[in-house]
Design a protein around this ligand. Structure first.
Ligand SMILES: NC(=O)c1ccc[n+]([C@@H]2O[C@H](COP(=O)([O-])OP(=O)(O)OC[C@H]3O[C@@H](n4cnc5c(N)ncnc54)[C@H](O)[C@@H]3O)[C@@H](O)[C@H]2O)c1
Ligand SMILES: [Zn+2]
Length: 256
């Protein structure tokens, strides 16, 4: 009889040492138990790819290289960002507002496309900030992203806040930064005062945004989920539509 022994290694020290240790263990074990089949499954290897330094707030603050990478990424993406236009789903939500049926939009996107689509800024909560404004990482003061980008494009390497000397970047949230309290409070207020909560294009895995539909459910607000993939709240939703938002939202809004 062959016994199957599975070892899950989950300590990832970045150099594969954990799986090496597991293999050594297996080799030692096999000597005494030649019939045992051993499978080493490196759990750590299945973990998501770590964030780039340019995406992590602590690295942005402490490493000049991370800031260089950050601005380089912005430069690489700038043509794509500038040409981005609201899609059919954005336009449908603007239409919903014109029909007086929209209390507000809470978004994790920072591209400003809901504004471009015609939704009133007062009705939009950008939980992860906006890439259309610049902000100081020390004093928080907002400034023009256009001017900051011009400074970078002209060769400035590490733009600093003229007021306090802190590092400047887009007014978005990097990993490790908290969603500002004002945005979170407003998002919760909207969630608690709406009578239907629509989730559009979210895996509902990233908090704090993902806590909002749960808050809605606790408040007996029905949930509709429009998402191409399953989400952890599908079983709790009144309706789940697995279709592209740009296809289904215009249909729903035109029927209201
Ligand atoms: N999570 C973050 O930290 C973060 C930061 C900035 C921006 N965002 C943006 O916020 C949005 C939601 O964030 P998330 O963390 O839930 O993202 P996610 O990538 O985990 O999930 C996005 C979900 O949208 C679905 N989807 C993709 N295209 C769709 C379409 N056309 N119609 C319907 N569903 C579609 C996918 O199946 C997926 O389940 C995304 O657009 C994301 O890019 C997220
Ligand atoms: Zn400052």
């Amino acid at each position: 009889m062959t016994t199957l022994l599975q070892i899950n290694t989950s300590i990832n020290n970045g150099n594969g040492q954990s799986s090496q240790l597991a293999r050594q263990f297996v080799a030692a074990y096999r000597k005494g138990h030649p019939d045992v089949q051993v499978r080493v499954r490196d759990v750590a290897a299945a973990e998501p790819v770590p964030h780039l330094d340019a995406e992590r707030f602590s690295a942005f603050i402490s490493k000049p290289e991370a800031r260089k990478q950050y601005w380089q990424t912005r430069r690489n993406l700038s043509a794509q960002v500038l040409s981005a236009r609201p899609n059919a789903a954005h336009l449908a939500l603007a239409e919903l507002e014109r029909k007086n049926r929209l209390l507000g939009i809470v978004t994790q996107n920072f591209d400003g496309l809901h504004h471009d689509a015609g939704n009133n800024a007062e009705h939009i909560v950008e939980m992860h900030g906006t890439s259309r404004a610049a902000a100081c990482t020390l004093c928080g003061k907002r400034s023009s992203m256009k001017e900051l980008q011009q400074r970078i494009d002209a060769g400035e390497i590490d733009p600093l806040c003229p007021d306090c000397g802190g590092f400047l970047k887009a007014a978005t949230i990097l990993f490790g930064q908290r969603v500002p309290e004002a945005e979170l409070t407003r998002a919760r207020e909207l969630t608690l005062s709406c009578d239907l909560f629509l989730v559009v294009g979210s895996s509902l895995k990233v908090t704090p945004a993902a806590t909002l539909p749960r808050l809605a459910l606790k408040n007996d607000v029905p949930l509709i989920i429009i998402n191409l993939e399953p989400t952890p709240l599908d079983d709790y939703a009144e309706i789940v539509i697995r279709e592209k938002a740009g296809v289904v939202l215009p249909q729903i809004v035109s029927g209201i």
